[in-house]
Ligand binder design. Structure first.
Ligand code: SF4
Length: 328
């Protein structure tokens, strides 16, 4: 009998949001179970208040915080689902419950090959399907919808940030954690100018790590930026993305937030797999489909081929055309 379940997934933003797709099938399979989740304090506001979850535990950075949380959660659960599969998640999940399920990106053979530098990107299915497959021992066969919580406060902050924005509003998120996943911010600016000329309001989106991209975007853009969402906390960013008509972004966390709130996202995908990381409908990925792509599971600092054509050859005109299609 499984009556208490702990899910562990604390990074990164997009993965946490994608992992919420296990909640509906898990709830359907175990309607009476109490489900709790361990995540990074930054992302906790997206999960707190979800009707699926009885509690959200915040895991601070560092090994000491993981040991503290491990001791707090030890033996309190029947089942621990480790969707992170890192040292800290294994520590917490291992102590939390006698029965454990762990998301494994690679088979044992592939893990061995990866040690010798042969780490072929996983690209056979969408990330939500891969998480669902990890839960196959529970009889779960497919993912549910992604679920995040938009609190009343987050909605109010978002409404305030977008107070002067008229529809159709297009949010542009030029940042991405890894250099190879970034499309030049100057080209985002060209897309903004073209869409603004056709009547769209331009909204800047992203997080604190995207400052360089924001600066380059602002230096190049001619159209007025009607709102800047970059200072908002993540739950208010989510509430704001729920109110725009389209998001254009690199393969990054905001794409999956948009997916969870039902806003179409146009994701510019280069080194990573569009099959695994592309937005679910109504969004779509735009990729050049080069023979060298995907070359990486999560992106990297430099192009292994040295030319970075997956992004360099993607023209603003192509992005504008795809954006217009999604805007209808
Ligand atoms: S190897 Fe190909 S897919 Fe990878 S970063 Fe370079 S151009 Fe892009």
């Amino acid at each position: 009998m499984i009556s208490r379940i702990l899910i562990v997934r604390y990074s990164a933003l997009g993965d946490v949001v994608l992992a919420t797709s296990v909640l509906d099938p898990l709830r359907a399979r175990h309607p009476e179970a109490q489900i709790e989740w361990v995540t990074d304090p930054l992302y906790a506001p997206l999960l707190e208040g979800l009707p699926h979850l009885a509690a959200v535990h915040r895991l601070e950075k560092g090994a000491a915080a993981a040991v503290l949380l491990r001791d707090r959660l030890a033996r309190r659960f029947d089942l621990a689902i480790d969707l992170q599969n890192k040292l800290r998640s294994r520590l917490i999940a291992g102590a939390a419950a006698p029965q454990r399920i762990t998301f494994r990106r690679r088979s044992a053979g592939r893990a061995l090959l990866a040690l010798f530098g042969n780490d072929r990107p996983l690209a056979r299915a969408h990330a939500t399907q891969l998480y669902a497959e990890a839960l196959a021992p529970l009889g779960i066969t497919g993912p549910g919808a992604m679920r995040i919580q938009l609190s009343r406060t987050a909605r109010a902050v978002a409404a305030d940030a977008l107070a002067r924005v008229k529809a159709p509003a297009v949010a542009l998120a030029p940042g991405a954690r890894w250099a190879t996943k970034r499309w030049p911010a100057e080209r985002f600016a060209a897309v903004a100018d073209a869409l603004a000329a056709q009547g769209a309001s331009i909204v800047l989106a992203g997080g604190p790590g995207d400052r360089e991209a924001f600066a380059a975007f602002r230096a190049a853009v001619k159209a007025p930026v009607a709102a800047d969402l970059s200072p908002l906390p993540v739950d208010a960013l989510a509430a704001a993305l729920a109110r725009v008509q389209l998001l254009v972004a690199c393969d990054s966390g905001p794409v999956h937030i948009a997916g969870a709130v039902g806003t179409p996202a146009l994701s510019l995908v280069g080194p990573t797999s569009a099959v695994r990381w592309g937005p679910l409908p109504p969004g779509r990925a735009l990729t050049l489909g080069l023979p060298c792509s995907p070359c990486s599971n999560h992106g990297g600092d430099t192009c292994p081929e040295g030319h970075h054509r997956c992004m360099a050859d993607l023209s603003p005109e192509r992005v504008v055309a795809a954006a217009r299609e999604l805007l209808g």
